[in-house]
Design a protein around this ligand. Sequence first.
Ligand code: NAD
Length: 368
Amino acid sequence: MSQKLNILTVAGDGIGPEVTGEAVRVLQSVADLGGYNFAFREELIGGVAIRAHGKPLPDSTVKAALDSDAVLLGAVGSNEFNALPPGQRPEAGLLKIRAELGGFANLRPSFAWPGLSQNSPLRAEVVEGADILFVRELLGGLYFGEPRQWDKDQGAAWNTMRYTRDEVVRVAKVAFELASKRRKKVTSVDKANVLEVSQLWRATVTEVAKAYPDVALEHQYVDAMAMHLMNQPRSYDVVLTENLFGDILSDEAGVITGSLGMLPSATIGGKVNLYEPVHGSAPDIAGKGIANPLGAILTAAMVLRYSAGLEDEATAIETAVKQVVSDGYRTADLARGDQSAKVTSTTEMGSKVREVLVGARAQAPAAR
Ligand code: NAD
């Protein structure tokens, strides 16, 4: 267990600073309650970095990130820079920091929240109880494979889906390790009926599974999986897949939760882990104080779980979020005109989570 944790925050643009502020305050509460020393340092990324330094990821941010124990990112993106070429836009900073930190396993939990099932377009009886952890390979596959080209003279374009055995082994091990601490099931998703790269994937995952006899392994084709996820999301525990399939399926599974503002993520396995809520900078609501901070707060829980080994504290944050939601508190995105909802601002929602955390701690000795 790490008593001292150096956390770099790169809050970025739009609602990034609003939601990251709440995540940091929750982490500070955890530190105060547990006697931990969490040190926070802030650096720039995205549009704010372009304004200050002329580029979306200044060298100072990269250095601070590599010197930290964990990087907590808000969101990047600002309409002001939409006319810039892709490589100079705020979003380029995000891709670059991911590459600099080198994480290869992207973890995206997706679960149904008690009391929020009406926010999902899926029927309550289908989503209730769903609790899936996606493990998406992030540094290989079609997004990085060479050759890649759009040859305008030939009127043709091509990309390459390529994996090495070692790339599959390392991400599969992450999935099996995580599954062994959860409900002990890995569903590996591929397209092995058509693609050789998927045949390598399937054979390698099957081989890795032998070292985890207590974890059940099943294979699914990606097309079937897209359907099963919506029909029977409760059937899945850890879903392991390659880069492109994971990108699509984890977004699809976001509908189980019902709001983009509730989804956390972590990218692990590199030099320093990178933590970010799934949502973007939401320029349409930035500065209004109404952004949902729960995705960022749940991301903070992942910082404690994966960079500090503070499993109890991570669970305490998640339990506090569940409590606040089941007590009826809702930011505007969750309330959706529900007259019975206790509509809160971003900061009020953060305060509610902290109140529950502190209250749970105060009751803990009596419960023992
Ligand atoms: P977005 O996630 O910013 O917003 C989509 C919709 O969801 C908007 O209506 C927004 O108001 C709402 N929303 C998102 N997060 C919310 C929250 N926490 N609380 C309440 N409502 C929330 O996606 P977009 O509109 O497609 O993109 C806006 C900008 O963000 C673009 O510049 C895009 O490139 C960037 N972006 C960044 C990231 C990232 O930093 N990881 C991810 C996606 C998009």
